[in-house]
Design a protein around this ligand. Structure first.
Ligand SMILES: O=C(O)C1=C[C@@H](OP(=O)(O)O)[C@@H](O)[C@H](O)C1
Ligand SMILES: C=C(OP(=O)(O)O)C(=O)O
Length: 490
């Protein structure tokens, strides 16, 4: 299916001239950011295997969420947009290839058509069914979350993605799928592309001990030090296995732990019981997710460049509907930004970030461990690259496996603009601020593009390569940025 959202193949030849902030016009904006990518793609997956139809309000509409829907559709789920509401019709038993979207509308009128999915993978695709082809784009949530799902459902599938997707680490997901009983043909690469062939009896089907009592949970042991998504992937589909699953992490520490907590919390919202054993292992009990309507929180990581704009220009940016409590790593902005001298306060449901206009041209550098929220690092690096003191960002070695090698990319581009930076074993250090314009390469990484926009506010002549890459999670970024600068409201 062709997507409305650009892929690297559609990258524009022209660069985007990053708008420079005019000091006589202080930024004073209220910016409504779209739904969280991480929450949207978890909700989409669980709603697709739930026991009935449901509705997501405020779900993200971007390339990553489109890719997730495109992956779930050939498994039998369907999605119908209605304004900012998205109706999800869960998958039936077995894939519904070429499903007519109107089926969803008809099913809405007749609940009989929306039969609940079986928790027994043996009820899924018939043996010998043709594999479905799944394009993961550059979406970590799609390339990691969907392979264990097809294994649990017993649906053969082939996975591939953008050119850079083939360089993102996938070994632990492949290992997990194998431990669930499916075959994975990756020609030894430990990376995309690969094919998942569930066992003939219904892959991922754990043995029942002695044939009595409840089936034992499947046991998966993987090294998740490269990405928290490896754990979330196993946890999300684990409820479909007859005995559930117990997943154990072995290795160095797991990055982005709030995202694992997010997975457990979202599973709980769907009535799936989980247990955090507190020793790097988690259990998901078997069950069918309970369909229910949800309102998706705004994406707090994507709020980053906008609140950063307030900090580096000494302006004020309010983000509506900032959750009171959340598992999103982006909530860390509330602690990070004051360290750059900004004031962060709540005003009703808004989070308001105000920079100090006197101090904006002499921001302090910071030393920060970003292991809990690595996806904020490019934006933090952009602020740090405008600061007058040195900064160290640590706990983020795994960023080398993100959309691009972000540590290398940030160092290269900061230096291209006249700054001084170097890679550390687990992060980066910025020792001299950027000062000259030029082309900022983005390597098909949405967060490199938005980081460049932040730098461009203060450095004239920054030309951002492939701004369209922001469509991964924030398709309207250039328009939103201009609106923020021209005083446009939410
Ligand atoms: O589960 C998720 O939705 C995510 C987990 C994190 O991945 P890593 O653990 O690889 O950092 C995060 O950086 C990514 O943007 C989204
Ligand atoms: C790391 C990121 O994405 P992904 O979900 O593709 O891993 C990100 O958005 O910063």
């Amino acid at each position: 299916m062709t997507s409305a959202f650009p892929s690297p193949a559609d990258a524009p030849e022209e660069h985007w001239p990053a708008p420079v902030h005019e000091p006589s016009v202080p930024i004073d904006a209220r910016v409504r950011v779209p739904g969280s990518k991480s929450l949207t793609n978890r909700y989409l997956l669980l709603a697709a295997i739930a026991d009935g139809p449901s509705e997501l309000t405020g779900a993200l509409e971007s390339r990553d969420s489109r890719l997730m829907m495109d992956a779930l559709e050939p498994l039998g789920a369907s999605f119908v947009h209605d304004g900012d509401r998205l109706r999800v019709l869960p998958l039936q038993r077995g894939p519904r290839v070429d499903a007519d979207p109107m089926d969803a509308v008809r099913a809405d009128a007749d609940p009989v058509d929306a039969a609940p999915v079986s928790a027994d993978p043996a009820d899924a695709a018939p043996a010998g069914a043709a594999p479905v082809d799944i394009d993961t784009g550059l979406a970590g949530t799609v390339m990691r979350f969907v392979p264990p799902l097809v294994a649990a459902l017993g649906v053969p599938a082939r996975f591939d993605g953008d050119p850079h997707a083939r360089r993102r680490p996938m070994g632990p997901v492949i290992e997990a799928v194998r431990q669930l009983g499916a075959e994975v043909d990756d020609e030894g690469r430990g990376a995309l592309p690969f094919a998942v062939r569930p066992a003939a009896s219904g892959s991922g089907r754990p043995q029942t001990p002695g044939g009595e009592g409840s089936p034992a949970p499947a046991v998966v042991e993987i090294d998740a030090s490269g990405s928290s998504q490896f754990l979330s992937a196993v946890l999300l589909s684990g409820c479909l296995l007859p005995g559930g699953v117990r997943v154990r992490h072995r290795g160095e520490s797991v990055p982005s732990l709030p995202h694992v907590r997010m997975t457990l919390e979202v599973l709980a919202e769907y009535g799936i019981r989980t247990e955090d054993h507190g020793d790097g292992s988690w259990t998901v009990l078997p069950g069918v997710p309970r369909a229910h309507d949800v309102v998706v929180e705004p994406d707090l990581s994507n709020a980053g460049p906008f609140v950063a704009a307030a900090v580096v220009t000494g302006g004020s940016v309010a983000i509506p509907d900032w959750p009171e409590s959340t598992t999103q790593g982006g909530d860390h902005w509330r602690e990070i930004l004051p360290r750059f001298g900004a004031e962060v306060r709540r005003d009703g449901a808004d989070l308001v970030v105000t920079g100090d206009p006197e101090a904006a041209s002499a921001l302090p550098g910071i030393d920060i461990d970003l292991s809990e929220a690595g996806e904020l690092a490019p934006t933090v690096a952009a602020i740090a690259a405008l600061a007058s003191g040195p900064s160290r960002l640590t706990g983020i070695a795994h960023l080398r496996g993100h959309e691009t090698d972000r540590l290398k990319a940030l160092v290269t581009e900061i230096e291209r603009l006249g700054g001084a930076a170097r890679e550390l074993p687990d992060g980066l250090e910025i020792t001299r601020a950027v000062g000259t314009g030029g082309v900022f390469r983005t390597y098909d990484d949405h967060r490199m593009a938005t980081a460049a926009a932040v730098i461009g506010l203060r450095v004239p002549g920054v030309e951002v390569e492939n701004i369209a890459t922001t469509a991964k999670t924030l398709p309207d970024f250039p328009e939103m940025w201009t609106r923020m600068l021209t005083g446009g409201g939410a």
